[in-house]
Design a protein around this ligand. Sequence first.
Ligand SMILES: [Zn+2]
Length: 254
Amino acid sequence: MLLRYFKRCGAQTLLCLCVFFAYSKPSESTDVLQAVGKPFVVVIDPGHNPKQPGALGARGIHEVTYNDALSKKLATALQVIGVQVLLTRAATEEISLDGRAELANTQQADLFLALHHDSAQLKYLNKIEVNGALAYETKQPISGYSIFVSKLNPKFSQSYRFAKLLGQEIHALGRLPTLHHAEPIAGENRELLDTNLGIYKFDELLVLRKTIVPAVLLEVGVIVDPVDEKYVADNAKQDAIVQAIVAAVDAFQH
Ligand SMILES: [Zn+2]
């Protein structure tokens, strides 16, 4: 959930948790010594953390669980195409918003991608009970993905270029963007830069404005919507989303 993520900013220690190197050594048989190109570095930022787990979904599962599962799959899939991947935190660990951006900056990442799962304003939600615990679900369908970029990021044009590639790939899965963040009400009112691709401007998002590398935040789906929650919780659908992100990263790096 974007708004909680925006508001909560602790002062915690920067942790670089997972570094994977995946690039080829040059052939030793060549007479001409070839310089090894710098690997393309992607920082994946699983939104929220165990203590501040984000939105509560329609099946009583917090957002952080969805974020962590997809981040893990994405890290593996990106390594397959030779991308060097860093995760801002492991599933059990905490990191501040500043720390997330700082990791991308100090590692001189080529791309920072925050992964989140979405909610909606309380007035659009019914309280429900799941296994004896409180949860929320939408009164009317609110579903789809959304993508955020910040014009305060010094690499805005590159961020927007990746956002468009990402939107095109997810759109090609048959998935439509949710436009509820553009509603002119308190807590939303975000400017749509591309309605068809679901790309919003959200300048103040800390992890986007404090990164000095291309940075994008993806809300994968709306977990308070029972239909959309089922989509993003489905293993095969997660794999399809991951492959869409990988295709966008691959196009972006070339
Ligand atoms: Zn979130």
